[in-house]
Design a protein around this ligand. Structure first.
Ligand code: NAD
Length: 448
C-alpha cells in the first residue's frame, strides 16, 4: 500500500490540524434504533446453556438488544439455575440437561457459555436441533472441534457466531480502517499483553458452600473429559486444568488472536513458538501462569504475546501495532496512533573520519540529497480515539449476532474465523508440549 503523506494521514485520521486530539467514536447503534419496539411475535427467543460468570453476564447484555427474550437456562449446578430464576423470573424454564432445552420449539437461538470442552458437542447438537448459536470463545478445546463445528454450521445452514466480543468493537473497527489506510506504514510487528496480579485474575473463582455431587451434576460437567471423582475446584475453577480448558492459550491468547486477525485481515500465523511455566500458582493446576508466544504471519509481520498472572504491578491488557511509519496502540477503550513519516534522507555519521574525508563526504551527500526544507522534517503526529462513556462491545457483538439471526447473513465472527483464532492460540500449547517450533497452514486450517 502506498505510504501516506502528512496531509493524507490527517485526512484519514479525520483531523484538520496537527497535534494530539481525542476523537470520540460514534456509537454504531443509534438510540432511535435501540428504542424501536419489536413486536412480541417477532422476538428471538434465547436459551442460555452454561449460566456461570460469562453466561449470566452475556445474557444480561443479550436481552438488552431489542426483540430478544430469554426463555430457558441449562446448567449443571443447581445454585445457578436457582439464581437464573431470581434474576430473570420464574417463567424461564430451567434444566440440568441442555438437551431438554434444545428439544423446545420456543427456543430460536442458544448462547453457549460452558467450559470449553463442551463447546463443540453442544454447538453441534444445537445446530442439528435447528437453533442458531452464539458460542463463547475459545471456539475449540481440541483441534478436531474446529472442522466439526464449521461443517455442521454449513450443513445445517445455522448461524454460528463466536464470542470474542472485541471483534465488534468500534475501537477495533477504527484500528482496522487506519491500518488499511496506511496510517502507520507497513506493519511489521504486533505485540499484545494481558497481565493480571490477583487471585481471581488467576482463575481462583469462588466455590459455593453447597458444592457437592448432589448440587453439581458432576458426570454431566465431565462429559467426554477423563472420569475423576467429584472435585469442586475442578467444577468451579475448570480453567486451571487442560481437561476442560486450554489454559492461557484458549482463555486469553485467543482474544489477542481475534483482535490481530480482525484488525490486520490476516487469516493467521504460519509458525509458532512458545514458552511458559507455573511460576507462582502451584495450587494443583496443570497450565502455566506465565506464558509467552511468538508467531510469524505470512503478511510480513511478527506477533508477540504475553500473559502474566503474577506481574506484581498494574493489571493491563493491550496491543501495540508497529509499522514502518508509526505505531498504533489499543489500551482499554482508547486507540492512539503516532505517526512519524520516514526520513527523506539517510543522514550521516562522519565525525570520526578525517577532516578532508568529512568535507568530501558532505559535498557528495549534499549533491545527492539537496538540503531539505526544514518545515518538511519528519515530526510525529499523535491522534487519540476513544469510545463513548459506557460503550459496550459485547452489546454490539450481540446486536451483530441477532442481526445475522434475522437476516441470515454471515455473522461477523463465524466458525471459520473462530477456528482460525483458537487454532492459532492452541499452537502455543503444542509448541510447549513438543518443545519445538510448530507450523500451521492458516488457509487450510491444518497443522503442518
Ligand atoms: N468473551 C469473554 O470475554 C469471556 C469471558 C469469560 C469467559 N468466557 C468464556 O465463557 C465460557 C464460560 O466461562 P465462565 O467463566 O462463565 O465459566 P463458569 O465456570 O463460571 O460457568 C460455566 C458454567 O457451565 C456449566 N456447565 C458445565 N458443563 C455444562 C453442561 N454440559 N451443560 C450445561 N451447563 C454446563 C457449569 O455448571 C457452570 O455454571 C468459557 O468458554 C470461557 O472461555 C468468555
Amino acid at each position: 500500500m502506498p505510504p501516506l503523506n502528512r496531509r493524507s494521514f490527517l485526512k484519514a485520521a479525520g483531523l484538520a490540524a496537527a497535534g494530539t486530539n481525542v476523537t470520540m467514536l460514534a456509537q454504531p447503534i443509534t438510540i432511535e434504533e435501540a428504542q424501536t419496539p419489536v413486536a412480541a411475535n417477532d422476538h428471538i427467543q434465547l436459551a442460555l446453556i452454561g449460566a456461570g460468570g460469562q453466561g449470566q453476564g452475556d445474557t444480561r447484555t443479550a436481552i438488552t438488544v431489542p426483540g430478544v427474550k430469554l426463555v430457558a437456562v441449562a446448567d449443571c449446578y443447581d445454585g445457578r439455575l436457582a439464581h437464573s430464576k431470581e434474576v430473570w423470573g420464574n417463567d424461564i424454564v430451567t434444566a440440568r440437561d441442555y438437551k431438554e432445552i434444545l428439544a423446545r420449539k420456543d427456543v430460536d437461538a442458544v448462547l453457549i457459555a460452558t467450559p470449553d470442552h463442551w463447546h463443540r458437542q453442544i454447538a453441534v447438537d444445537a445446530m442439528k436441533a435447528g437453533k442458531d448459536v452464539y458460542c463463547e470463545k475459545p471456539m475449540i478445546h481440541i483441534y478436531a472441534d474446529g472442522p466439526a463445528m464449521i461443517e455442521t454450521a454449513a450443513s445445517t445452514g445455522r448461524i454460528l457466531q463466536v464470542g470474542s466480543q472485541r471483534v465488534s468493537s468500534i475501537i477495533y473497527a477504527k484500528a482496522k480502517e487506519l491500518l488499511a489506510s496506511g496510517a502507520i506504514g507497513q506493519l511489521n510487528m504486533v505485540t499484545a499483553r494481558w497481565d493480571r496480579n490477583s487471585s481471581i485474575g488467576a482463575w481462583n473463582y469462588s466455590v459455593p458452600l453447597d458444592a457437592s455431587p448432589e448440587t453439581c451434576d458432576w458426570p454431566r460437567f465431565l462429559g467426554s473429559a477423563p472420569k475423576v471423582a467429584f472435585n469442586a475446584e475442578r467444577f468451579f475453577q475448570w480453567r486451571k486444568w487442560k481437561d476442560y480448558g486450554s489454559g492461557v492459550a484458549g482463555d486469553l491468547f485467543v482474544h489477542l488472536f481475534s483482535g490481530t486477525h480482525f484488525i490486520t485481515g490476516s487469516l493467521g500465523p504460519t509458525r509458532a513458538m512458545a514458552t511458559g511455566a507455573i511460576r507462582f500458582w502451584k495450587d494443583g493446576r496443570d497450565v502455566p501462569d506465565v506464558m509467552l508466544g511468538l508467531f510469524d504471519y505470512p503478511e510480513g509481520f511478527n506477533l508477540s504475546l504475553r500473559v502474566n498472572f503474577v506481574n506484581g504491578g498494574e493489571e493491563s491488557e493491550g496491543f501495540l501495532f508497529t509499522g514502518t511509519e508509526g505505531t498504533m496502540e489499543i489500551a482499554g477503550t482508547t486507540l492512539t496512533v503516532s505517526r512519524t513519516p520516514r526520513e527523506k534522507e539517510p543522514g550521516y555519521s562522519i565525525g570520526t573520519f578525517t577532516n578532508d574525508m568529512q568535507k568530501r563526504f558532505l559535498e557528495q551527500y549534499r549533491a545527492k540529497y539537496p538540503a531539505q526544507d526544514p518545515t518538511n522534517n519528519p515530526t510525529s503526529i499523535v491522534q487519540k480515539y476513544a469510545a463513548p462513556r459506557g460503550y459496550s462491545d459485547s452489546y454490539d457483538h450481540f446486536h451483530n449476532f441477532f442481526n445475522s439471526v434475522r437476516t441470515r447473513k454471515a455473522p461477523v465472527e463465524d466458525a471459520t474465523f473462530g477456528y482460525r483464532a483458537a487454532g492459532a492460540a492452541l499452537l502455543s500449547n503444542l509448541s510447549i508440549e513438543r518443545n519445538a517450533i510448530v507450523q500451521w497452514n492458516p488457509k487450510t486450517m491444518k497443522l503442518a
